[in-house]
Design a protein around this ligand. Sequence first.
Ligand SMILES: [Cu+2]
Length: 152
Amino acid sequence: MGGLGNSEQSHGSSWPVSSAAAILSIQTDSTARSIAHPIHLHGHDFWVLAQESGPWDGTTDSFKTINPPRRDTAILPAQGYLAIALRLDNPGTWILHCHIAWHASQGLSLEFVERKESISIQSREMKIFQDMCESWDEWSRNATYPQDGSGI
Ligand SMILES: [Cu+2]
């Protein structure tokens, strides 16, 4: 979409979400502290379908389906909900998390495997992963400050 910014991608009047898509609705617990959370998704951009205060009613009535904003981070309103849609077009293991690091460490994160059948890891790549983990373990044993969070 030449000439359009991230927030201006046009899909005309058609619904941009195909059958190969997931729609996630994230709702804050009504007993939770009243703060907003910047929710970030790895591996994808997503469409922001709804971003509202209050509880989600379980319907799509509040969803903006015509030219919704496209982001990789969006605010989950305090005491509210965020509904997003994403195309399942990038096989891998991805994480959706609050971008406030200690919130992610406290559990406001979700990891998922997308299209597992399309993922193939060769032995050379496994060796790269193993070497990286071994390097991390060695470095972190002697780190001045121990990692106390998720590392996101
Ligand atoms: Cu947060």
